[in-house]
Design a protein around this ligand. Structure first.
Ligand code: GDP
Length: 175
């Protein structure tokens, strides 16, 4: 089955956006305090899978845990045959962190097709939104990002656009 993959720093709003995209409350677990379980979760949504990669960027992780995360991610992408598109989540309010950049470089290096979802757009004033979008678009073009969506799991902004984008990816892959 086609897979839509979600990647991002812990606490970026990944679980919230996944739930919003599938109109579910608790498909992905939303946590106020970042959990530690590094596993890849597969959620069956109609005829596709949403693949929830473990969040990265915890302040305090041992080298062993970091290695485990790397191994997990590498093994997923090495085995991957069904990836339709990856959604890289980035907080709309902040410039990408060092570990975000590392992830972006990984995606570019491995030629993994991806779009970006800027999260928590509701926390930006209307006047800041266009500027943030433009800034991210020019930065992310360097990483071969295909499209940038400004989203909010809080008010649903950008969610329908992302859904239609997924649908268009499916049509393209079937053609
Ligand atoms: P994850 O660790 O990336 O899965 O992030 P979560 O979905 O668990 O969200 C982390 C925190 O950010 C939680 O407190 C959420 O309520 C909050 N959050 C997530 N999405 C949004 C959003 O679109 N707007 C606002 N204002 N808060 C959000």
């Amino acid at each position: 089955r086609p897979e839509f993959v979600f990647s991002g720093r812990s606490n970026v709003g990944k679980s919230s956006l996944i739930n919003k995209l599938c109109n579910r409350k608790n498909l992905a677990r939303v946590s106020a305090t970042p959990g530690k379980t590094a596993t890849i979760n597969f959620y069956r949504v109609d005829n596709v899978y949403f693949v929830d990669l473990p969040g990265y960027g915890y302040a305090k992780v041992s080298n062993a845990e970091r290695q485990r995360w790397d191994d997990l991610i590498n093994s997923y992408f090495e085995a991957e045959r069904h990836l339709t598109i990856l959604v890289q989540l980035l907080d709309s309010r902040h410039a990408p962190s060092a570990d975000d950049r590392q992830m972006l470089e990984y995606l570019r290096y491995h030629r993994i097709p991806f779009v970006a979802a800027l999260t928590k757009g509701d926390k930006l004033k209307k006047s800041q939104q266009a500027a943030a979008l433009a800034e991210f678009e020019s930065l992310l073009a360097e990483y071969d990002c295909r499209k940038v969506f400004l989203t909010s799991a809080e008010n649903g902004q950008g969610v329908e656009e992302l859904r239609s984008y997924f649908a268009s990816c499916l049509l393209e892959s079937e053609a």
